[in-house]
Design a protein around this ligand. Structure first.
Ligand code: SF4
Length: 376
């Protein structure tokens, strides 16, 4: 049985945030049609795969999955349960946004099967929240965390964004300090990324917003790693930090190069060495599913070389490169070619080696992209 993660995309949002390039829409016209279609898509893939896979995690992302009714999420979980075999302690995460849930609604999500909640807080600073055009303020963000905890969720993650325009180190520090006082176990901390096609991108091009430079970004990132470590949030991926025992099983599945099946608009899947992706339009997704039973608009069969590159990249960004496993899957060639470079990285404390596992150090994480580019 192959350990497999499942992602379900719920594209509905209250409005479009200026920096967002995820596929999301603000119309709820097709809410029920979308549910029926999602269940059909789950059945379609399960018909070939149900006996070969053990589902280790389900992740409801978006969009804003917490906007829909708990029974909506419950129906999708039931559909996955009846079509696939779930691991006994399957991690089931719901992405939520502050202001979209109260304690009672979270209790109902728990009844539906949710056992982990990831909250898109992004900042506790009122000016920064306004700049990001989030619908919540600091008080609502704090209340949401406590509501989730009091409802009975013990595995809580929050998302934060750093290096916002005009963000000083003190402001970012204050965001982190607020986070460390909360009953949470996991923090994803991302640097603000300018994505093409977003409102923010246009604002920057029009000269209305000025982003901070890369050196400052690197400084804030190193500061973040230090602060997280001091507060017992250990780094286990470039942007992810957790207390012991609370690494996200779903995220780790991506970095450990496990198979994942994804359902819904714009969903990307990877299984048996093949990658495929769905159309990024809700109406087209429903039409294609009705007409041909799937909504795939692109696929790629990875060559052995591509798989090796991805394996190295994901392992180093995540929990480390296991040289024994690497040899067993891909042979010794990569290690022989890159031995000198690896030795230099070790000597300069960019990576560390323990039991044949090569891991980036905090210093290495800070220049992760550069390190990856230099491998041959
Ligand atoms: S709530 Fe999230 S998914 Fe929706 S528009 Fe904002 S950033 Fe994008």
């Amino acid at each position: 049985m192959k350990e497999t993660a499942i992602y379900v995309h719920i594209p509905f949002c209250d409005h479009k945030c200026i920096y967002c390039d995820f596929y999301s829409i603000v119309s709820y016209d097709n809410l029920n049609n979308y549910l029926t279609t999602l269940k059909n898509e789950i059945e379609f893939y399960a018909s070939n795969e149900r006996n070969n896979r053990e589902i280790i995690s389900i992740f409801f992302g978006g969009g804003t999955p917490s906007f829909v009714e708990p029974s909506y999420i419950g129906e999708i979980i039931e559909s996955i349960q009846s079509n696939f075999q779930l691991k006994e302690k399957c991690e089931i995460t719901l992405e939520t946004n502050p202001g979209t849930v109260n304690k009672q609604k979270i209790e109902k999500f728990i009844e539906a099967g949710i056992n982990r909640v990831s909250i898109g807080i992004q900042s506790f600073n009122e000016d920064e929240l306004k700049f990001l055009t989030r619908i919540h303020d600091k008080e609502t963000a704090l209340k949401t965390v406590y509501n989730v905890k009091e409802a009975g969720i013990d595995n809580i993650s929050i998302d934060l964004i750093f290096n916002l325009p005009k963000q000083t180190k003190e402001k970012w520090k204050s965001n982190l300090e607020t986070a460390f006082k909360l009953p949470i176990n996991h923090i994803s901390a991302y640097s603000l990324i300018l994505e093409k096609g977003t409102i923010l991108n246009k604002m920057v091009l029009d000269g209305k917003v000025k982003l901070q430079d890369d050196d400052y970004d690197a400084e804030l990132y190193e500061f973040t790693i230090d602060e997280m470590t001091k507060n017992n949030f250990m780094q286990y991926e470039v942007s992810n930090f957790s207390q012991e025992g609370f690494q996200c099983i779903h995220n780790k599945a991506y970095w450990d190069y496990k198979d994942y099946l994804s359902f819904g608009t714009s969903a990307h899947s990877f299984a048996n060495g093949k990658r495929w992706w769905n159309v990024s339009s809700l109406k087209m997704y429903i039409t294609m599913m009705n007409q041909k039973g799937n909504a795939v608009i692109g696929e790629e069969i990875l060559s052995r070389e591509q798989m090796l590159d991805e394996y190295i990249m994901l392992a180093l960004r995540g929990s480390g490169l296991d040289l024994t496993e690497l040899k067993n899957i891909f042979g010794t060639k990569w290690i022989e070619i890159n031995k000198k470079y690896l030795d230099t990285l070790l000597l300069n404390n960019f990576v560390e080696e323990k039991n044949n596992l090569i891991k980036l150090t905090p210093k290495g994480y800070a220049i992760c992209d550069e390190i990856l580019l230099n491998f041959q």
